[in-house]
Ligand binder design. Structure first.
Ligand code: S3P
Length: 440
C-alpha cells in the first residue's frame, strides 16, 4: 500500500510523552520467553509489524501467545526443545532482526523451516549469518547463497566454536548465541566492535550460563531458561526522531519518558551533545534489567562535527536522523565507517543523500562516508524508499524547511513506530497523511 506524507514548517514542539517499546528487546523477549519453561509476561511490547511478525512465527512453531492488552503478551514457553515444525513458510515481513535471529535458532531444531520476507528483506545479505552458523555445523540454503527465502535444514548437530564475527552486528552475534544454546561445547564469540547486548542480558536474567563483556560473549551449553517478567523500555531509536526535531525547531521543549539508554544505543545523544544540543537525562532507573531515563530536549543551535567513528555502531539506526541534524547545523559534518548503512531496510546513505539534495543540502558521499554542509532546507518531493527511518527523518527535516515536503511510501513506519503521525501532530509537528492523490 502506498502512503505518502505531507509535511511543513513547525512552530515548536512541546509536551511530555512516551514512545513505543524497544524493537530489539521485543523480538528477543518473544523468542526467549517461547524457549523458557513456564509462562512469561511481557510488558511494553512493541505493537509494530516487525515484532508482531515474530510473535506470529512462534505461534506457527507451536507456542501459545496471548494478548491480555495492547503492548502486553503472555507467552506459554515450550522449553528449549518444545518448538514444532510449521506447516507453512515463516514470514518475517520487513524485519532483519527477526530473520537473522531465527536463522540461528531454527538451525538447531530437529525440523526444517523456510524463512521468507518482504521485497526489502529479500534483498538484504544473509550470508553474514549463514557463514558463521555453518562453522557450527548448520545447514542453510539461500537464493544466490545470500538472500531469502532461506531454507534451514533441521536435524544437524551443532558444535560450539570460537568465532570472529568480522562485522559489528548484534544480529549476527545473536544468531550465533541462539544456535549456541543447542551446541555441544562452549561457544565464544568476538566482535570487531561492541554491539547491543540484549540477547546476552536477557539470557542471563532467565538463568542461562553466559558471560559477556563489550565485544565478547561465552555461551555455555546445557542450561535452561526460566520464565519471567520482561519489562521493555521505550525505544531510543524511535525517540531519536523527536529528539532531533526538538533540537532543530525554535521554541521546542520536550520530555520523553522511560527511554532505554543502554550504552550501545546512545551514540546519537553523545553526537548531538557534541554538536551543542541541550539534552538532559533525569529520573534514571532500571526497567527489566535495562537502564532507562526521562530525556529533556530543548531547541539548540547545532554546529557540525567530525563524528567519531567509534560512535557509529552505537547509533547505527540513528544515522539518517543524524544526517538531518547535520544538514541544519552550522558548518560541516563528516562521518565515516558507515558501510553498514548500505545494507539496511534501504541503502540509507543513498536514500538520505538523494532526499537531502532534493531539499537543497550540499552533501558528498563515498562508499562508506558522508560530508554534509549545514544550511537552510527547502521543501521538496522526497522518497523514503519504503524505509521507516528514512520516512521519519524527512518528516523531521521538513519541520525546519521552507515550503511543503511530500514524502513517498511511508507505510513501513508501522514496522517500528505505530502511531508516529498522531504523536508527531500532538506535540506540534506539521505532518499529515497526503490525501491529494499525488502520483504514486
Ligand atoms: C539490531 C541490530 C542492528 C540494528 C537493527 C536491530 C538488533 O542491526 O540496525 O535495527 O536488534 O540486533 P545489525 O546487527 O545488522 O547491525
Amino acid at each position: 500500500m502506498h502512503v505518502n506524507w505531507q509535511a511543513g514548517t513547525s512552530k515548536g514542539l512541546t509536551g511530555k510523552f512516551s514512545v513505543p517499546g524497544d524493537k530489539s528487546i521485543s523480538h528477543r523477549a518473544i523468542m526467549l520467553a517461547a524457549l523458557a519453561n513456564g509462562v512469561s509476561r511481557i510488558d511494553g511490547f512493541l505493537e509494530g509489524e516487525d515484532t508482531r511478525a515474530t510473535a506470529r512465527i512462534f505461534a506457527q512453531l507451536g507456542v501459545t501467545i496471548e494478548t491480555p492488552d495492547a503492548q502486553s503478551r503472555i507467552v506459554h514457553g515450550v522449553g528449549l526443545h518444545g518448538l514444532r515444525a510449521a506447516s507453512a513458510n515463516l514470514d518475517c515481513g520487513n524485519a532483519g532482526t527477526g530473520m537473522r535471529l531465527l536463522t540461528g535458532l531454527l538451525s538447531a531444531q530437529a525440523f526444517d523451516s523456510t524463512l521468507v520476507g518482504d521485497s526489502s528483506l529479500s534483498q538484504r545479505p544473509m550470508a553474514r549469518v549463514m557463514g558463521v552458523l555453518q562453522q557450527m555445523g548448520a545447514k542453510i540454503t539461500a537464493r544466490d547463497d545470500n538472500f531469502a527465502p532461506l531454507h534451514i535444514h533441521g536435524g544437524q548437530s551443532l558444535r560450539g566454536c570460537d568465532i570472529d564475527t568480522r562485522v559489528a552486528s548484534a544480529q549476527v552475534k545473536s544468531a550465533l548465541i541462539f544456535a549456541a544454546l543447542y551446541a555441544e561445547g562452549t561457544t565464544r564469540i568476538h566482535e570487531p566492535r561492541p554491539t547491543r547486548d540484549y540477547t546476552e542480558a536477557m539470557l542471563k536474567a532467565l538463568g542461562w550460563p553466559i558471560e559477556y563483556a563489550p565485544g565478547s560473549v561465552t555461551v555455555h551449553p546445557g542450561g535452561q531458561l526460566n520464565a519471567g517478567q520482561i519489562r521493555i523500555p521505550g525505544d531510543i531509536s524511535s525517540a531519536a526522531f523527536l529528539i532531533v526535531a526538538a533540537l532543530l525547531v525554535p521554541g521546542s521543549d520536550l520530555v520523553l519518558e522511560n527511554i532505554g539508554i543502554n550504552l550501545r544505543r546512545t551514540g546519537l545523544l553523545q553526537a548531538l551533545q557534541q554538536m551543542g544540543g541541550e539534552i538532559t537525562l533525569f529520573n534514571q532507573s532500571e526497567a527489566g534489567g535495562e537502564p532507562v531515563a526521562d530525556i529533556r530536549v530543548r531547541y539548540s543551535v547545532l554546529s557540525g562535527i567530525d563524528l567519531p567513528e567509534t560512535l557509529v555502531p552505537d547509533m547505527i539506526d540513528e544515522c539518517p536522523i543524524f544526517f538531518v541534524a547535520a544538514a541544519l547545523a552550522k558548518g560541516r559534518t563528516r562521518a565515516s565507517g558507515l558501510a553498514e548503512l548500505r545494507v539496511k531496510e534501504s541503502d540509507r546513505i543513498a536514500s538520505m543523500v538523494a532526499g537531502l539534495r532534493a531539499m537543497g543540502a550540499r552533501v558528498l558521499e563515498t562508499e562508506d562516508s558522508v560530508e554534509i554542509e549545514g544550511g537552510a532546507l527547502t521543501g521538496a518531493e522526497v522518497d523514503s524508499f519504503e524505509d521507516h527511518r528514512i520516512a521519519m527523518s524527512f518528516a523531521v527535516a521538513a519541520q525546519c524547511a521552507q515550503g511543503r515536503t511530500l514524502i513517498r511510501d511511508c507505510a513501513n513506519v508501522a514496522t517500528s513506530f505505530p502511531g508516529f503521525i498522531e504523536l508527531a501532530q500532538a506535540i506540534g509537528m506539521n505532518l499529515v497523511v497526503d490525501t491529494s492523490g499525488a502520483p504514486q
